[in-house]
Design a protein around this ligand. Structure first.
Ligand SMILES: Nc1ncnc2c1ncn2[C@@H]1O[C@H](COP(=O)(O)OP(=O)(O)O)[C@@H](O)[C@H]1O
Ligand SMILES: [Mg+2]
Length: 250
């Protein structure tokens, strides 16, 4: 996969087919962090029920912050989400486009997966939330299979009582284990065991994160580490591509 020759923007989809999984917080803190590094960032609020990203932004503006990204609200009266996002990327000459998507429509999710480079699925390491990972994986995998280049998909453990310990460590082990049957169907008892890629960065459960709602904080906490992890992974993917090109031309 390569991000440079054909177009410039990195396309991130933040979605877990499960409500309240910290999608909006993840979207906003990554967007703010990238904007602070001088990137031209577009956030698309695709959650027509909650409008979390739009509400966060409106509140921040009311709180007197200068908004460092462009916020666009998508709804079903607009062009399909993938088309809408492509137009936004072009019109705003974006370096990074993030979509904060709700779980209300499998069809919108499919469109967004066909658009994205990378699907980030935030989830708390508890069974009630992890149950949403099986369906998220199944839907994303069917889109990924239909594309000539795959869709990157990673799980982000958030609201961890403790990072790298206890539930976070246990559920990470279960997530990276693949218990799917030969047709790729998740195990009914442990549907999150899909051989997932789980970000090394984990987000602690902390009131500080809820307090960031409606702000453009200088310090985005562990999300800064996540951004560095993403950038390093992308740089590695790009250099792998260059190796491939050399092999082909040799
Ligand atoms: N790391 C965290 N620790 C504690 N609370 C958090 C954390 N991240 C988000 N929250 C809170 O959890 C709730 C759900 O988060 P939100 O980002 O709105 O999720 P979603 O967009 O998936 O519905 C919000 O009240 C938010 O402030
Ligand atoms: Mg939300």
């Amino acid at each position: 996969m390569t991000f440079s020759p054909n177009r410039t923007a990195l396309r991130l989809l933040i979605a877990t087919l499960k409500g309240g999984s910290t999608k909006t917080t993840t979207t906003m803190l990554l967007a703010i962090s990238w904007a602070r590094r001088g990137k031209n960032v577009v956030v698309i609020d695709g959650d027509t029920t909650n409008r979390g990203a739009a509400r966060w932004t409106r509140r921040a503006a009311n709180n007197g912050y200068e908004i460092p990204y462009t916020l666009l609200e998508w709804d079903a009266t607009k062009p399909p989400l993938s088309k809408f996002a492509q137009l936004a990327e072009r019109d705003h000459q974006a370096d990074v486009v993030l979509i904060d998507l709700g779980g209300e429509s499998p069809e919108w999710f499919a469109f967004a997966c066909s658009w994205a480079d990378w699907l980030l699925s935030p989830v708390q390491p508890v069974d009630a939330e992890l149950d949403g990972i099986g369906p998220t994986y199944e839907s994303a995998a069917s889109i990924s299979d239909a594309r000539h280049e795959g869709l990157l998909h990673s799980v982000l453990l958030t609201r961890c009582p403790q990072v790298k310990k206890g539930m976070a460590a246990e559920k990470r082990r279960e997530l990276i284990t693949d218990l799917r049957d030969e047709d790729g169907r998740p195990d009914p008892d442990q549907p999150w065991s899909v051989g997932a890629h789980v970000f090394d960065t984990e987000i602690t459960r902390a009131a500080g994160y809820s307090d960031m709602y409606g702000h453009i904080p200088d310090n985005v906490g562990e999300y800064e580490d996540l951004l560095v992890e993403l950038e390093n992974a992308l740089a590695e993917l790009d250099s792998d591509d260059e190796d491939d090109i050399e092999k082909v031309s040799a």
